[in-house]
Design a protein around this ligand. Structure first.
Ligand code: IMP
Length: 210
C-alpha cells in the first residue's frame, strides 16, 4: 500500500523508510516531492497532536490521499518540559542571548540543530537532573478519517555532544539502558527503540488490521 509522508525533513523520511523495512511492512512511503508538493507546511499548533494534524491536513487537502505526519518534541524535566512542542525553533526564543545567534541582520533565520543543542546545554549547565524524553505523535489520514499514534523514549541529556549519526538533538540524548547517544548508534538500533519507531510500530499495527 502507498502512504504519503507529510514531511520536508529528509532525516525523518529516511528513518521512517528504514523503519518500515525493518518491520517488513508492506507500506511504500511516498515523499512530498513525488506528489509535487514543494511548499513549507505550517506548524502553528501548541501541542504535538495539533501540529501533526495540521501537517497531515495540509497534505490531505492538497491531494486527498492517505497520508501521515509526525510531530516530535524533546521534553526535559529540569526545564519544565522545554523545548517540547518548540523543539525545532527553540533557540529562536532567545536570540541575542549568548546561546543564540545575533538577530541584527533583520532576517529571522531558522536555528540550526547546533543552536538548539547549545541552548539546551547552557540551560542545563550545573543541573543534576538530566532526565528527558522524546515524544512523537503521528497523525494519519486513512480513507478520510484521522487517527493518532504515539511513541516515547526516556533517557537523559549528556553534558556534551557525542556522535555524528541522526539529526536534531540526537548527539545529546542518551536513551535509558545505553552508554551511547542516539547519534552514536547505528540507525537500525535507533529504529528499534526510538519515539518515532514506537509510533510507527503502532501505525503499522493499525494498517495491518485493515
Ligand atoms: P518536528 O517539529 O517534529 O519537525 O521536530 C522538531 C524538532 O525536534 C526537530 O527540528 C529536531 O530538532 C527535533 N527532533 C525531532 N525528531 C528527532 C529525533 O528523532 N532525534 C533528535 N531530534 C529530533
Amino acid at each position: 500500500m502507498e502512504l504519503i509522508f507529510a514531511t520536508n525533513n529528509l532525516h525523518k523520511l529516511h528513518e521512517v523508510k528504514e523503519k518500515l523495512q525493518l518491520n517488513n511492512a508492506k507500506i511504500q512511503v511516498i515523499s512530498l516531492s513525488e506528489i509535487g508538493f514543494f511548499n513549507d507546511i505550517p506548524e502553528t499548533g501548541i501541542t504535538l497532536q495539533a501540529n501533526a494534524l495540521q501537517k497531515a491536513q495540509t497534505i490531505f487537502d492538497f491531494c486527498g490521499k492517505n497520508c501521515f505526519a509526525d510531530d516530535t518534541g524533546l521534553e526535559i524535566v529540569a526545564l519544565n518540559g522545554e523545548p517540547g512542542v518548540y523543539s525545532a525553533r527553540y533557540a529562536e526564543r532567545c536570540w541575542g542571548e549568548p546561546c543564540g545567534r545575533p538577530s541584527g541582520s533583520g532576517v529571522n533565520p531558522v536555528p540550526t540543530f547546533d543552536d538548539n543543542i547549545n541552548l539546551v546545554l547552557s540551560k542545563l549547565h550545573g543541573k543534576i537532573n538530566r532526565k528527558a524524553y522524546f515524544k512523537t505523535v503521528i497523525a494519519l489520514f486513512w480513507n478520510g478519517k484521522i487517527h493518532y499514534f504515539e511513541g516515547r523514549i526516556d533517557g537523559e541529556i549528556t553534558s556534551e555532544k557525542h556522535g555524528t549519526e541522526g539529526f536534531g538533538y540526537d548527539p545529546i540524548f542518551r536513551p535509558e539502558g545505553y552508554q551511547e547517544t542516539f547519534a552514536e548508534l547505528p540507525l537500525d538500533e535507533k529504529n528499534r527503540i526510538s519515539h518515532r519507531a514506537r509510533a510507527v510500530d503502532e501505525l503499522v499495527k493499525f494498517l495491518s488490521e485493515r
